[in-house]
Design a protein. Structure first.
Length: 349
């Protein structure tokens, strides 16, 4: 079967162009003029090849954990709240905040639940078959925040940090059960023929990771390694996402088996990313939305995209780029960003 352009970029097999992607947060449909947003998506065919303008006014379907008027209790019993439809909420209720609750705690069932909501595996099978038939990358994997953040959601961040420092025996048991749940989902996607297994989880803060490298190696890395090994043993690439500064964890992530890593550009540093990752792993670069695209000019945005392509790109592949559009980015900057991403996707032609 012919490999998709994205898959060839991941595998360094001479993609036709640099894969560029813009993810539009559903909340954007409430904050921007809807006709303008639809027009931009229709105009940028490379970024949105399958887009069909919806009938306006458009009300998107919000994720269960991103509904302002509906606090959501997920499959693990974690309570989510948000203040804006379409913006993923925050966990405000931790079912294992007290270890006394662990004795009777019930894990979700991966036959029917993903951890963040229900799953229909027959539907997932058809989705993956459809993507492969269309020559597109068929992805499968875990919910965002599958291991470390799931532990934070279950116990609360402070409690989890103390658990790790105190070497709490129940934490080890909790991690083992959590890994078993996650591994079953990974196994099912591998059986369905996914081209890539996605393991998204934020580990970084503005400066440094949310847990020490020592704690990561002891409590989190073993689960990462086993899940990634399961994919790699079947010749399936592993895509890992993390927001924040993950420089202190990068060697451990690479050793675990990451084949493509989605990390933020300015937080980690373009020079550092080039020196440490270029040519070793596919870089799925998360384009800055804190400074340049928020406060810069269209010219500065164009310059940023060009610099990143020049510094990190290669005709053989190994570079993809993604931007997450959230409310309050100036409209002229959104247009400039889309224009630049389409223009420099063809840089090596």
């Amino acid at each position: 079967m012919t490999k998709s352009n994205r898959q060839r970029a991941i595998l360094f097999e001479n993609p036709d162009y640099i894969p560029m992607n813009i993810w539009i947060c559903p909340a954007c449909w409430n904050h921007y003029p809807q006709d303008w947003l639809a027009e931009q998506m229709e105009r940028h065919k490379l970024l949105f090849p399958n887009f069909k303008a919806p009938q306006l006014p458009y009300v998107p379907e919000y994720a269960l954990c991103a509904r302002k008027a509906e606090p959501y209790t997920d499959d693990f019993g974690c309570l989510w709240k948000t203040t804006d439809d379409g913006i993923t909420g925050t966990v405000v209720g931790h079912p294992l905040e007290n270890w006394a609750a662990y004795e009777t705690y019930q894990f979700p069932d991966p036959a029917h639940q993903t951890g963040i909501g229900p799953v229909d595996w027959e539907k997932e099978k058809k989705r993956i078959e459809g993507l492969r038939a269309a020559g597109e990358l068929a992805d499968g994997g875990l919910r965002h925040g599958h291991t470390f953040l799931q532990l934070c959601d279950l116990r609360g961040y402070s409690n989890l940090m103390f658990d790790m420092a105190d070497e709490e025996p129940l934490l080890i048991d909790l991690i083992e059960k959590l890994e078993a749940f996650n591994m079953e989902i990974v196994r099912r996607y591998l059986e369905l023929g996914a081209d890539v297994i996605c393991l998204p989880e934020d580990l970084g803060m503005q400066t440094g990771p949310m847990l020490s490298p020592e704690c990561f190696r002891k409590y989190i890395k073993p689960s990462y390694s086993r899940m990634m090994q399961a994919a790699r043993e079947q010749g399936v690439s592993v895509h890992m996402h993390s927001d924040g500064d993950i420089r202190l964890l990068i060697d451990d992530l690479l050793e675990s088996g990451v084949g493509c890593i989605n990390l933020q550009d300015k937080v980690n540093g373009i020079d550092w990313i080039r020196e440490r990752l270029k040519g070793k792993v596919c870089i799925d670069l998360d384009i800055d939305r804190q400074n340049v695209t928020r406060f810069g000019t269209p010219k500065e945005i164009d310059r940023l995209i060009l610099e990143e392509v020049e510094q990190l790109g290669n005709p053989q592949g190994g570079l993809m780029m993604i931007y997450g559009l959230y409310p309050d980015i100036p409209m002229k900057n959104v247009e400039a960003l889309m224009d630049a991403m389409e223009k420099y996707a063809l840089y090596y032609r």
